[in-house]
Design a protein around this ligand. Structure first.
Ligand SMILES: CC(C)(COP(=O)(O)OP(=O)(O)OC[C@H]1O[C@@H](n2cnc3c(N)ncnc32)[C@H](O)[C@@H]1OP(=O)(O)O)[C@@H](O)C(=O)NCCC(=O)NCCS
Length: 179
């Protein structure tokens, strides 16, 4: 198989607008009301874990990871993950996640959580958590809560309430970011 013509690299500050455009295309305006977005409000993505796929100078896809508290411990939330709609099925999403997971394995976290389709995320090692093990804020389909252990055997130690990590930016009383 020939090497892909896209490359994965760390996201740089200049990529911000392009990444926002990918997420708007991938998730639409309803994305801000999702439980996962509530956990990201006012909190910055983890530095060094945001990757983009680039081809001919064009951003094809992006993945970011957010810090979250799970039962009081800081862990990671994968997402958003988005690939340009006409570029899907080329392995870009998997490669982006693999880059992020490999970088996360060098950090202090025990595991990564996400809310998504198990058949897709199982391709990079995620599996369903036992129902009730962790509790996300707001309504979340238990069958879509997935986890990946970053340190051997730690996945089942992830339990409890999932909360926002430290606040980096001021937020309004209703939780919406300001500025
Ligand atoms: C989900 C998404 C990131 C996948 O990106 P991608 O680059 O097309 O994914 P890849 O090419 O790496 O992987 C494609 C493989 O995953 C499978 N796949 C993709 N989405 C899937 C899903 N929701 N459920 C099961 N399998 C899925 C494809 O069938 C394909 O399988 P194959 O390799 O056996 O043919 C992309 O479709 C996207 O941006 N969607 C909109 C945003 C989104 O939903 N993000 C995920 C939030 S849960």
């Amino acid at each position: 198989m020939s090497a892909p013509s896209w490359k994965i690299r760390l996201e740089s500050p200049d990529d911000g607008a392009g990444v926002e455009a990918l997420n708007a295309e991938g998730f639409g305006p309803g994305r801000f009301s999702k439980s996962a977005y509530r956990l990201r409000e006012g909190v910055n993505a983890v530095a060094g874990l945001s990757f983009v796929a680039v081809e001919d100078g064009i951003l094809r896809g992006s993945v970011r990871f957010w810090p979250i508290k799970v039962g009081g411990h800081e862990e990671l939330l994968l997402g958003p993950l988005a690939v340009q709609s006409h570029q899907r099925g080329r392995g870009i999403g998997i490669a982006l996640m693999q880059a992020g997971i490999a970088a996360a394995q060098r950090g202090p976290w025990r595991g990564i959580l996400l809310v998504g389709d198990e058949p897709y995320y199982a391709k990079v090692g995620f599996s369903r958590l036992p129902p009730g093990r962790v509790k996300f804020p707001g309504p979340v389909d238990q069958n879509r809560i997935l986890g990946l252990s970053l340190k051997a055997g730690e996945l089942l130690n992830l339990s409890g309430e999932v909360r926002r990590a430290q606040i980096d930016d001021a937020v309004c009383a209703d939780g919406a970011g300001v500025g």
